[in-house]
Design a protein around this ligand. Structure first.
Ligand SMILES: [Cu+2]
Length: 68
């Protein structure tokens, strides 16, 4: 299991938090996702062999946010 803290730009409210949480959480191979509006981060636990980090980033970006 890999744990990564991603810096996400553009999240401003609970809707954003939910959108990112849902998008990442629904990916095959993602064990858990914890989004913080305070620190603009998404902490993701995932199986790197099943879901590459790029796929997680793309899922967030597809919701309209930037991963920096
Ligand atoms: Cu929002």
């Amino acid at each position: 299991m890999t744990s990564k803290i991603l810096n996400v730009e553009g999240m401003s409210c609970d809707h954003c938090k939910m959108a990112v949480t849902k998008a990442v959480g629904s990916l095959e191979g993602v064990e858990s996702v914890e989004v913080s509006l305070e620190s603009n981060t998404a902490t993701v636990e995932f199986e790197e062999s099943r879901v590459p980090l790029d796929t997680i980033k793309q899922a967030i970006e597809a919701q309209g946010y930037d991963v920096v």
